[in-house]
Design a protein around this ligand. Structure first.
Ligand code: HEM
Length: 506
């Protein structure tokens, strides 16, 4: 006979409110104790605060603080932000070990719930999706001549417009940040949408300005990465919505507009061949063959946005640092000019083939990249499975920050690391050497996808600038400082510069 058992009579479900309270208590205890219950993780440089962890230590001057932590704790240490574990890896040996030897477990990106579509495209994607999107995009960029003379020729049109605009300033002191970023953005545009924009085009200039303003407010260790729910608070509390807004702005004002335009133009005579058309063709080819592919218009718009974001800011900032160093070291600027004129006879601009004939100039550009270290903690990586480094365990789910700063500015590797010494990239015969510790583009599977394009841009812009102009400070002797603005990347603080046209120009 079926009847109620003695146990079911005794046991009745606890009221829902009890369950909620118990769950909350459990969650609070977990958050409070999390930093103390992980075993064998790399050491803490300082005692974590309850709930906030180490966040209060790095509210300001993240870059300086991480460097201090390395000195006190060593090349690998742990930080808690809330209940999220970050492991910071420093120094060439360990950065290489993390990114190359343990590339299989440490090459993912962290989930980005605060960014709509945050796992699409390349930069924040993982697994086979990331692999296919990266391979296809890289192949398209190469087919457009990334790193080759054919693209350098196209870049010339943009460069001429940029140099002419600088010449029109007639040596007047000017902050050229916006102009330079607009010009660099145009290089990416000419590849992905097949056209450059006039500097007087208010829509484009406003778009680039807005983009840079928002990127400047974004940080690598941002509270919203740790507490994604911050984005639900009305307004833009703790800048939780800044990056998402920036991305949405690029998507709507740029990517969607151009994908739509390209689709309308496709098949017509004047349809330009662009990154967009090549991606769409590849996508259609694969689906016509019935192949399983992740290529889609959704990913395409994300990739365009990411190429724009990753490709414009870093290159612009490096060029601004180049200007700063040329103002601070007129003797080096003169040597660069002399070398360029000796190769080009001043009757043409340098091209990519001249790179091997301009070792000193190449060394100056490399030293600019080393000394400015524009991406001090690279883009964060994510630990997919427990990984052992130096006898410590980096547990699955930890975010790994590889300190490129600690490699590029390491006093054990570079003599007088804070001094600007291009000669360190030249051997005794005057040839360029590239030490393993030269890692501005990071290393391993996630190494910068645009390295070849960035190198072209840096070479062609820097050489053209010095060849055509004397870069001079506003007042003699008043050179810009090496102070930087802290963020995802580190640009110099705003400065003014005079571009004085040289007598014999090309
Ligand atoms: C001086 C200029 C540049 C610097 C210093 C730079 C640096 C970097 C760094 C440090 C990373 C992160 C690597 C990692 O996660 O370990 C990265 C990733 C990336 N960069 Fe660059 N970059 C530059 C220019 C460019 C350009 C021009 C493009 C565009 C074509 C570009 C596209 C990308 C992409 C798509 C990624 C993500 C790669 C992935 O997640 O697989 N970058 N870059």
């Amino acid at each position: 006979m079926l009847g109620s058992s003695p146990t079911s009579e005794l046991w009745s479900a606890p009221p829902l409110s009890y369950v909620v309270v118990i769950l909350c208590v459990f969650l609070v205890i977990k958050v409070l104790l999390q930093p103390y219950i992980q075993t064998n993780i790399p050491p803490f440089p300082a005692r974590p605060y309850p709930i906030l962890g180490h966040l209060p230590y790095i509210v300001k001057d993240q870059r300086i603080k991480l460097n201090e932590f390395r000195k006190t704790t060593g090349d690998i240490y742990s930080l808690y932000f809330g209940s999220q574990l970050f492991v910071v890896v420093s120094g060439l040996r360990l950065v290489k070990e993390a990114l190359v030897k343990h590339g299989a477990t440490l090459s993912d990106r962290a989930p980005m719930p605060h960014l709509e579509g945050g796992d699409m495209g390349i930069v924040f994607a993982n697994g086979p999706l990331w692999k296919e999107q990266r391979e296809v995009s890289l192949a398209i960029l190469k087919s457009f001549g990334m790193g080759k003379s054919s693209l350098a020729l196209k870049m010339r049109e943009e460069l001429d417009a940029y140099l002419d605009t600088l010449a029109a300033l007639k040596g007047k002191p000017e902050d050229v940040h916006t102009l330079t970023s607009t010009s660099v953005a145009n290089v990416i545009c000419s590849i992905i949408v097949g056209k450059r924009f006039e500097y007087t085009d208010p829509l484009f200039v406003d778009f680039v300005k807005d983009f840079f303003r928002q990127v400047a407010e974004t940080e690598n260790i941002s509270p919203v990465v740790i507490w994604p729910w911050l984005r639900f608070i009305p307004g833009n509390f703790m800048r939780a919505k800044t990056l998402d807004r920036c991305i949405k702005m690029i998507l709507s004002k740029f990517c969607d507009r151009f994908i739509e335009l390209t689709e309308k133009q496709r098949g017509t005579e004047d349809a330009p061949e662009t990154f967009i058309t090549s991606y769409l063709e590849e996508m259609e080819k694969l689906s016509a063959k019935g192949k399983d592919t992740t290529l889609s218009k959704g990913h395409l718009r994300r990739i365009l946005q990411q190429l724009f974001l990753a490709g414009t800011e870093t290159t612009t900032i490096t060029l601004l640092w180049f200007m700063v160093f040329m103002l601070r070291h007129p003797d080096i600027q003169q040597k660069v000019y002399d070398e360029i004129t000796s190769v080009t006879n001043s009757d043409r601009y340098p091209d990519m083939q001249d790179r091997t004939r301009l070792p000193y100039t190449t060394a100056v550009i490399m030293e600019t990249q080393r000394r400015s270290s524009v991406s001090p903690t690279s883009v964060p990586h994510y630990c997919r499975a427990d990984t052992s480094i130096e006898g410590y365990t980096i547990p699955a789910g930890a975010i790994v920050l590889t300190s490129l700063d600690s490699v590029l500015l390491d006093g054990d590797i570079w003599e007088e690391p804070l001094s600007f010494k291009p000669e360190r990239f030249l051997d005794q015969a005057g040839n360029v050497v590239k030490p393993e510790a030269f890692v501005p583009f990071s290393m391993g599977k996630r190494i910068c996808m645009g390295e070849a394009l960035a190198n072209m841009e840096l070479f062609l812009y820097s050489t053209s600038l010095v060849q055509r102009f004397k870069l001079q400070p506003c007042e003699p002797g008043q050179v810009p400082s090496l102070d930087y603005r802290e963020g995802l990347t580190c640009p110099p603080k705003p400065f003014k510069i005079r571009f004085v046209e040289r007598e014999s120009t090309v």
